[in-house]
Design a protein around this ligand. Structure first.
Ligand code: MN
Length: 159
């Protein structure tokens, strides 16, 4: 079992090396907002455990084992970020929180979030309940509740 931090490194190295073919210490430090010396330390450890190849002047690449984990973490990231965006969390926050949540959830939970995300995406029309949810976020009133709508009453859980 890898630590959260190690998972974040593999995820970052994956994303950088998909663009450049490899990741430099400086790129990783920038992506994770940590000091280059911390990156060197972690990358050496990941190298010893067989997740990355690190040669001082050639930068860092993922081994097949490291790539498998990096892809799994990134997949969870995208699923959670998309889910948060569906429920109208602004993108920068969704992205930041996805990176926290991605390490902690059970596989079953991720699978169900993924199912929901795909369910919403493949709908030929924008799902009506989602439009209703958006209205609910703005007004505190569920459009289906005619009674409440007529009275203009706020839903009791709204702030
Ligand atoms: Mn992430």
């Amino acid at each position: 079992m890898l630590s959260r931090k190690a998972e974040d490194y593999l995820e970052a190295i994956l994303n950088i090396s998909e663009k450049k073919g490899y990741a430099k210490i400086r790129d990783i430090a920038l992506a994770l907002n940590v000091k280059p010396s911390s990156v060197v330390e972690m990358v050496k450890r990941l190298n010893d455990r067989g997740f990355v190849n690190y040669r001082k002047y050639d930068g860092v690449t993922l081994t097949p084992e490291g790539e498998e984990i990096g892809r799994a973490v990134w997949g969870r990231h995208v699923t959670i970020r998309t889910f948060l965006e569906i429920i109208r969390v602004p993108e920068p926050i969704a992205n930041k929180d996805a990176c926290i949540i991605e390490h902690e959830l059970e596989a079953k939970t991720i699978q169900q979030i993924k199912n929901l995300v795909e369910f919403v995406k493949i709908a030929p029309d924008y799902p009506q309940w989602l439009e209703h949810f958006e209205m609910f976020c703005e007004t505190g009133v569920h459009p289906c509740c005619e009674e409440e709508k007529r009275k203009g009453k706020k839903h009791r859980f709204s702030s």
